[in-house]
Design a protein around this ligand. Structure first.
Ligand code: GDP
Ligand code: GDP
Length: 436
């Protein structure tokens, strides 16, 4: 599981700046709470090929009245969800009473904590950091979130503590079959769908382990083929386990996306596409996962409404035009069986072996049909291509001046590879290498 890192500290110490530096925050997911100006934000980051999830919190004010309860609650929830806490303080302000109060909270919480003195730019580092040793939280790490100084080395150390994302060996993978994550906003019908998938006649379900924080991995067979569902909604254990975190967990969702081969993203058709649905899709694409979109509760719509929703999808889902869209009713089972066709297709597109020969031939044909542009008086040359990874398929293209390939030409190549190789259902990644 990818580690989860919470950024806490009083307002203005630089948490948001740090969050933006650490994550691809384009589509940060937000846990919304009525009446709060600042919510928890979630994003993914990667340093030296090690992935992590970062949570930015509103902050704890820690004034003499006690801690500001709404904001503090956000921070404490984030701490609870996290594996590691980065406790940020402002090295320009020196140690404040609020910092001390937060330190007390963190000590009670007993999470691995790194004390980060931010804004050390323009100061003598040792002098700026010295007062914070008084907090008794061990080493103090100096950073400049605005410029990124100290951030990478800090993160390398933080991530060192976690096992590397190991690639499971192929045999074990095969035995478990396709790993699917069923994700979506609260109440879109995830657990109804999981129950429906497992309740089919031809399905044999194996033991289901249960833990409080992690998603449940359900192994089953359908027509004698193995599958694993990563269940983020937590079916069948809601009754027994008092969940400390809210039912819909963004952390679980992001971890499930990262660990899946194929993501089935559920959307509530009665509500239409909302921003959070699109943000979730953005994360699936960023992670390179194969994607199947299912519009659920289709039974609840009249014809006019169905037309409306379909038009809206056409307009707003252009950026995922590689993904199949299904119209289903998890409640009645309509269309649910057909999901497997798209799941299988997306999985094989994402994982099938691509040979150097074939990729190079496609590249050369593409270049012959439509030459790359000239740059600085020389034509960009693209010579050969080979596979650089699976799920998502990575296609590595070698040539000269490849750093100058314009984005419209990259799009053209991507489209060509996608069409010729029938890479339907998965994002693909092109990487360019110059050999001169
Ligand atoms: P938050 O309230 O803790 O999320 O703090 P912000 O990230 O919004 O930062 C508050 C202010 O501090 C902003 O004006 C930032 O540009 C500034 N800031 C953040 N990090 C640094 C830093 O490392 N050096 C300097 N000089 N300013 C910083
Ligand atoms: P989750 O929070 O995403 O796991 O959503 P649930 O599976 O708990 O479903 C939320 C609500 O939507 C429940 O009342 C379900 O009965 C209802 N629901 C789920 N699927 C459908 C469907 O296909 N059609 C209709 N009409 N209701 C559905």
């Amino acid at each position: 599981m990818i580690p989860v890192i919470a950024l806490v500290g009083r307002p203005n110490v630089g948490k948001s700046t740090m969050f933006n530096r650490l994550t691809r925050s384009r589509d940060a997911l937000v846990a919304n709470y009525a009446g709060l100006t600042r919510d928890r934000k979630y994003g993914e980051g990667e340093i030296n090929k090690r992935q992590f999830i970062a949570i930015d919190t509103g902050g704890i004010t820690g004034d003499e009245e006690g801690i500001d309860s709404a904001m503090a609650e956000q921070s404490l929830l984030a701490v609870e969800e996290a594996d590691v806490v980065l406790f940020l303080v402002d090295s320009r302000d020196g140690l404040t009473a609020a910092d001390e109060m937060i330190a007390d909270h963190l000590r009670v919480n007993n999470k691995k904590t790194y004390l980060v003195a931010n804004k050390i730019d323009g100061q003598n580092h040792d002098v700026a950091m010295a007062p914070f040793y008084e907090l008794g939280l061990g080493e103090v790490y100096g950073t400049t979130a605005t410029q990124g100084r100290g951030v990478k080395s800090l993160m390398e150390m933080v991530l060192e503590e976690f096992p590397e994302n190991v690639v499971e060996d192929a045999e074990e993978d095969e035995a478990k079959g396709i790993k699917m994550a069923i994700v979506g906003r609260p109440n879109v019908g995830k657990s109804t769908l999981v129950n429906r998938l497992l309740g089919e006649d031809r399905v044999v379900v194996y033991d289901m382990p249960g833990t409080t924080r992690d998603s449940v991995y359900i192994n089953y067979e359908r027509n004698e083929k193995p599958y694993t569902i990563i269940d983020t909604a937590g079916i069948r254990r809601r009754k027994n386990v008092k969940e400390s975190v809210e039912k819909f967990s963004i952390v679980k969702t992001l971890q499930a996306i990262s660990d899946a081969n194929v993501v089935v993203l559920l959307v509530d058709a009665t509500e239409g596409l909302v921003d959070q649905d699109l943000h979730l899709m953005g994360h699936v694409i960023d992670q390179g996962r194969a994607l199947v979109v299912a519009l659920n509760k289709w039974d609840g719509l009249d014809n006019e409404h169905k037309e409306f929703v379909k038009n809206e999808l056409e307009r707003r889902l252009r950026f995922v035009d590689f993904a199949d869209i299904h119209f289903i009713s998890a409640l009645h089972g309509t269309g649910v069986g057909h999901l497997y066709e798209s799941i299988e297709q997306a999985y094989s597109a994402a994982t099938d072996k691509l040979t150097t020969n074939h990729l190079t031939r496609i590249l050369q044909d593409a270049v012959a049909t439509h030459q790359p542009p000239m740059v600085g008086g020389h034509r960009i040359k693209l010579r050969y291509a080979h596979a650089g990874g699976k799920n998502p398929p990575i296609i590595v293209i070698h040539g000269n001046q490849t750093e100058s390939v314009p984005s419209h030409y990259k799009k053209f190549l991507e489209k060509t590879f996608r069409r010729v190789l029938d890479l339907h259902g998965t994002p693909i990644k092109l990487e360019f290498k110059s050999t001169d």
